[in-house]
Design a protein. Structure first.
Length: 180
């Protein structure tokens, strides 16, 4: 069953159809919440997002993609959480726990790879919030610019400029580390 059919059936009261959407997008919703700053509270954020999505399913614009609509709800819930607790996300800790599907061939490569990943994640974490969100959506979640704009509730041009500025800052940071 595709997303459109699942939404149609869910609107008609078929909870199993909504469960198809929950199953399909749970992992992505968790990753989104974690990367945008929910950390250990990602499960709560995702549950609340799916409840809100179900409650507001009638406002979902038919013919639109369900995934970016849902991820915008997840992003809003995460933003509310991080704003209320008053601290920035902890991307390095969350991503550092995820395992690569295959490991490096030797311990030295593993150490270098882990160190580089940690430094990059620290640099991403240090970005201003809007730039960090754009980078997370575009590169960690692999969303298109249009999907990123929809998820973050900003214009396409804003996504492009935030991404450009963030990548410039990250390049400067990486260049400084290699020169130092």
């Amino acid at each position: 069953m595709d997303d459109d059919e699942a939404v149609t059936r869910a609107l008609a009261g078929d909870l199993d159809a909504y469960e198809v959407l929950v199953t399909r997008y749970s992992a992505l919703a968790h990753r989104t919440a974690s990367l945008l700053g929910a950390a250990d509270e990602a499960e709560d954020v995702v549950q609340e997002a799916f409840v809100k999505a179900f409650r507001h399913l009638r406002s979902f614009r038919r013919g639109s993609a369900f995934r970016p609509w849902l991820l915008r709800i997840v992003a809003n819930e995460t933003h509310d959480l991080t704003r209320s607790r008053g601290r920035r996300s902890d991307l390095a800790v969350r991503l550092g726990r995820e395992r690569e599907p295959y490991g490096p061939e030797d311990p030295l490569s593993a150490a270098v790879d882990a160190d580089g990943r940690t430094r990059l994640l620290e640099a991403v974490r240090a970005l201003p919030e809007g730039e960090r969100e754009a980078v997370v959506c575009r590169y960690f979640l692999q969303l298109s610019e249009a999907e990123t704009a929809e998820v973050l509730g900003v214009r396409l041009g804003t996504v492009k400029s935030r991404t450009f500025r963030a990548l410039r800052r990250l390049r400067e940071e990486v260049g400084r580390e290699h020169l130092g």
